[in-house]
Unconditional design. Sequence first.
Length: 64
Amino acid sequence: MKALKRKNYSLEEAKVKKLRRLLRTKSDTEALHKAVDLVLFQQEAAKAWIENAGAGGVEDLYAR
């Protein structure tokens, strides 16, 4: 696991609670870690999607 650094942030309690429910986590910290991971993954996926757009044709698997 990579090194962790303690940070203090001001966050709306209601948003953190909703985040915990949505991500089904036991702690606020775990919810925030998962949320950051999700955002970073989405950014990487979007970048890959844009880079590969038009790279290949669409194959009709059903031979229509």
